[in-house]
Structures are given as C-alpha cells and as structure tokens.
Design a protein around this ligand. Structure first.
Ligand code: ADP
Length: 581
C-alpha cells in the first residue's frame, strides 16, 4: 500500500518525461515547418539558377539537335555569293591613298553597317573590319576611348557569331579594355557568356555519347507531363534534362558545384540553434551531415529532391530534457527511498507489535500458572494441618515460603502495571546500601537454602556507604536478580552479591547467556527458550523491572557473561565509582 503510490508516481514521471520529449520534438518540427519547402526549392534550383540559356549546359531543339551553344565549324564555309561589304573591306584595306587613320575610321564605319555578312573565305566582315581598325588605330594612336569602344563592339560580335577566329579576336580586343574599363559589366557578361559556351562545347564533346543516350531516352517518352526529370548520374556530374514543348535543356554540374550552389542557396534559410539542413538530389547527398539524426523531412518526387531538417548538435538540443529527466529520476528515487524506509519502519513496528501481543498472551498464561501452583500447594498443606498433621513446623515454613514467592510475584506484576500506566513513583531517600543488599539477601536466603544454595554478600559495613535511592525499588531489583540466579543456576552452590561504589552485582556460575540475548533479556516479556520446553518458572518481567529501576536512578542494568557464569550489574547513578568484582 505504501509502495503502490510511489510506483504510480514513478510511472507518471516516466510518462511525463516521454510526453516532454515528444512535445519538444513536435515544437521543433512546427518551428521549421516552412523551411523544408524553401529547402526543396533551393534543391530543385541548384542546377538551373540564373537566367537561361547561360546556366543550361546545352539546349537542344525538339528533334535533339544542339541549338546552344552554336557549334563552330573547324573550317569556315566559303561564301560563293558576292558580298558588297566584303568588297568594301578589301577596297579600304588596299587603298594606297588613305592614311592609316582614315583607313581605321573607314573600317569602323563599315563595321557599323547592318548585317555585314561574310567574306568569300567565310569569315565575318564586321569582325575583320573592326580588328583591322583597331590595329591601324593603335598604330596612329587614335584616342584610347574610341579604341575601347571599337574593341567592345568586336568582343560582342565575336561572341555572337563565333568562328575559329573568335578566341584570338577576344584576346586581342581584351588588350584595349584599358583602365578604367569601359562598359565593364556588359563586356564581362559577353566574355562570361563566351567562356560558358566554350565550356559547354567542350562538355558536349567529352560526354557526347552519354548525352545522346539521355536525349534518346527522353525523346522516346511520350509523357509530356514529365517536364523535369533526373536522367542519370555521371561520375561526379549530375545531368538534368528539362523538356519544354519546343526545346530540351540539359543541365550538368559537378557534385562540388552543386554543393556550393546548395550552400549558397540554403544560407538565407534561418533555423533554430542545434538544427541544420540536409539536401539529397536523386540518390546523392549534396549538402549536410550524412550521419545527423532527422527531425523532419520532405520529398519532391518531381525533382527528386529530398530536404531534411537534422540535428547539428543533438546533445545540446536534448540537454534541457535530459536535465529534467535526471531531476525527475532523482525525485522518484528519493520517493522510493522514503517509501522504502517508511515501509521498513512500519514492517518492524508491525512485527514488534505482533511479538508483543504474543508475549502478553504468554505473560497472562505464565502469571496464572505461577499463581495456581503455590495456591494449590498452600491449600493442600492447610488441609493437612487442619487434619492435625505432624509436619506442622515444616508446613508452616513451606506456606511462608510460598506466600513470600506469591507476594514477590504479585509485587512484580503490580510494579509492571504501574510502569505501563505511567503511575509508578519513586521515593528517593538516603539509604545505607550495605544494609539494603544484606536485607535483600536475607529475604532470599530461605528459597536459596531450599535448593542448597548459599548467598555470599560482599557489601560495605553498616553506615559506610549511603546513597540517595528508592530503597524499596532497589530492594526489589536485588531480590529479582537473586531470584533469577537461584532459578537459572540451580546446580551451582553459591551466588555472590556485591555492593559498592553505586553498583550492585549478582554473580552466579550458571550457563552463560548467549551474546545475542544479553540485551533482549532486559526487554519486557522476553524469556529465552520456547514456552513449551522451558522448565524454570517465571513471567518475563523481572529484568525489565530491574532495568527500569536502574534508569530511574540515572543508571543502567546489564549482564556480563563468560564461561565462569553470569554477572548482572545494577548501576545506580551515572557510573560505578568502584570496580565491579
Ligand atoms: P523470568 O525470570 O520471569 O523469565 P526475567 O525478566 O527475570 O524473567 O528474565 C528474563 C530471562 O533472562 C529469563 O527467562 C532467563 O532466560 C534469562 N535470565 C535471567 N537471569 C538469568 C541468570 N541468572 N542466568 C541465566 N539466565 C538468566
């Protein structure tokens, strides 16, 4: 009954802890709810960030032909049709009447014309005109600003109409982009676009067959709903084809590039402390810790992006919960301990109570028995005397002895009853200790003599040792000790009663009392051995009265036993002032 509420408390505590943990996780999940969607968006755009076609590795027409980047023929295709602009170019270049400066300006003028076309060899007229204008202009030191404008125009045209000369022309034009660079952004954009197209061309060349396979796979599919699809994963390269009604874009990036893009894209997504994002494209992790425990996740089957919110510092996240758990565990442990102690105390009290009840029962039957025997004996002897028995003297002595025993027993029982009811009173007066013990010894001599036992008294002579005591109580205590010595050591022929220095001792030569019982025999009702096998008479309160009387005199009573016998000591006062003999 005591443990039940504690167990219930423990169960509730554990349940509460689980709830606590679940609540903390639910709260954390709610806090990051919108973040997963943002992360999915970042994930699906890491290949296609920026305006097209710059970020697309290649664009194909619906029938699978490359439409961007334009392919550059290794040899320019000759132009058989006559081109007046080309003729004009040759004319300016070969006119000996023109100065270099005039030639440069004339060439630039030609380059400004709409749609200049190509030369007979297949080269772009505008690019050649601008290039030569720059060379002549440089020689005659035309203004740098003008030259820079011309170089910019050449750059844009070389990017727009790529030929095998483009690379060389771009390099030459770059020389005129002097400090401070004019039209910096546009110029750089043009160059970047060139670089990207250049890289794409190389990429297409390297992975041509793989890409063709992907394209075939895609074009064979009639599922127009699948606009975006993971086609495959190359060695460290992700391919992604996006099919629009008119064109197919191929996105390809190295895993490293994707991770970088992902990191940049995910950066603005703010998350609570101890949490982070993990991003998987297809079956490949592109960002985040692969080992981290997942809090919540979202999947986008279309782009095959999986975004997960993970614990970056799991221990720190669970620390407050753990601390609460430890506190609760301690509380439960203390409650269990307290309940355990309570239960143990209750159990002991219960056992003790049961023993006491049993002892009281024994006491009652023992007292009745102790009374019955002498009363019966006295009755018999009185009958005999009445019938004129010749043993008058002996019977009278025996009756007196039995009466003394009865009186002693009744007095013990009455004393015990007074102690129990709390109405015992002690009457302290100065008394002669020597005389006191001698009187007690005299009282016990007849029953001792009956068994052939001699009581030897070692006490100070009359008037030598006086003490403030309750003489009646001390007398009763000594009588009880002597009575026990007579009862429990009958085969030994002498008992020694010693008094001195506020201590009285009774020593017999009986069987030593076991160490385990030396304290218990001073408890009320305690009698060693079982009620059935015990032969000696007694009711089990004699020594408890001795102990009580000793305490009332600020002293104590105890027994010392060894193989020579038992010595009961009654100490009156705080200590024995003379060594006990
Ligand atoms: P009672 O003598 O009526 O049984 P007591 O309180 O006087 O009750 O003694 C308690 C127990 O102590 C006795 O039952 C006995 O076992 C033990 N005892 C007391 N005095 C002696 C003794 N002198 N020698 C051996 N055992 C003793």
């Amino acid at each position: 009954m005591i443990l039940l509420p504690v167990l219930a408390l423990g169960a509730v505590g554990l349940w509460q802890l689980r709830q606590d943990r679940a609540a903390a996780l639910a709260e954390a999940r709610a806090a990051v709810e919108g973040k997963l969607e943002e992360a999915i968006q970042v994930g699906s755009s890491v290949l296609t960030t920026g305006p097209r076609p710059e970020t697309a590795t290649a664009i194909f027409s619906a029938n699978g032909e490359v439409s961007w980047p334009e392919s550059i023929p290794l040899v320019p295709s000759p132009n058989s049709a006559s081109n007046p602009h080309a003729e004009k170019l040759n004319q300016i270049m070969g006119d000996p009447r023109l100065t270099l400066s005039e030639q440069a300006h004339a060439l630039h003028e030609l380059a400004s014309m709409e749609d200049c076309g190509a030369t007979a060899a297949g080269f772009q007229v505008r690019q050649l005109a601008l290039r030569n204008a720059l060379l002549f202009g440089k020689e005659v030191k035309i203004e740098a600003v003008t030259l820079r404008d011309w170089a910019f125009d050449l750059t844009v045209d070389a990017v727009k109409h790529p030929t095998i000369l483009s690379e060389k022309l771009l390099l030459e034009a770059r020389e005129f982009n002097t400090d401070p660079p004019a039209k910096e952004t546009a110029w750089n954009r043009a160059l970047e676009s060139w670089d990207r197209a250049h890289a794409s061309r190389q990429f297409l060349q390297e992975h041509g067959s793989a890409i063709q396979g992907l394209l075939n796979g895609l074009t064979n599919q009639d599922d127009e709903a699948t606009l975006s699809k993971w086609i495959g994963t190359g060695p460290g390269i992700f391919f992604k084809l996006r099919k629009d009604p008119e064109e197919i874009s191929l996105y390809a990036l190295t895993a490293e590039g994707i991770s970088q893009n992902a990191a940049t894209g995910l950066k603005p997504i703010s998350l609570p402390r101890h949490l982070g994002i993990r991003l998987t494209l297809g079956d490949r992790l592109v960002f985040g810790d692969p080992e981290a425990e997942v809090l919540s996740m979202a999947n986008d089957p279309m782009s095959k992006v999986r975004a997960e919110i993970v614990f970056t510092d799991r221990d720190a996240f669970f620390k407050p919960i753990r601390q609460r758990s430890v506190r609760t565990a301690w509380l439960i442990a203390f409650a269990v301990l307290a309940a355990g102690i309570g239960w143990f105390a209750a159990w002991r009290a219960f056992v003790r109570q049961r023993q006491l009840v049993a002892m009281k029962d024994n006491f009652v039957s023992a007292v009745s028995h102790e009374l019955k025997a002498p009363i019966a004996a006295i009755g018999l002897m009185a009958e005999e005397l009445g019938a004129g028995s010749e043993k008058r003297v002996e019977y009278t002595r025996l009756i007196a002895g039995e009466c003394a025993r009865l009186g002693s027993l009744v007095e013990n029982v009455l004393d015990y009853a007074r102690i129990e009811s709390g109405s015992d009173e002690f009457n302290f007066e100065e008394a002669d200790l020597g005389e006191l013990v001698r009187a007690a010894a005299e009282l016990m001599r007849p029953p001792a003599a009956e068994r052939g036992i001699e009581i030897q008294v070692q006490a100070p002579p009359a008037g030598e040792h006086c003490a403030i005591v309750d003489a009646r109580a001390i007398g009763r205590a000594v009588v009880n000790l002597l009575d026990n010595a007579i009862k429990y050591a009958p085969s030994e022929k002498s008992i020694t009663l010693t008094a001195g220095g506020d201590c009285i001792s009774v020593a017999d030569k009986g069987i030593p009392i076991p160490a385990s019982e030396r304290r218990q025999i001073f408890e009320r009702f305690y009698r060693s051995g079982s009620e059935l096998t015990r032969e000696t008479k007694g009711v089990g309160i004699g020594l408890s009265l001795v102990s009580h009387i000793a305490k009332a005199h600020s002293g104590k009573a105890w027994v010392e036993s060894d193989k020579t016998g038992n010595r009961f000591i009654l100490q009156i006062g705080e200590q024995c002032s003379a060594p006990i003999q």
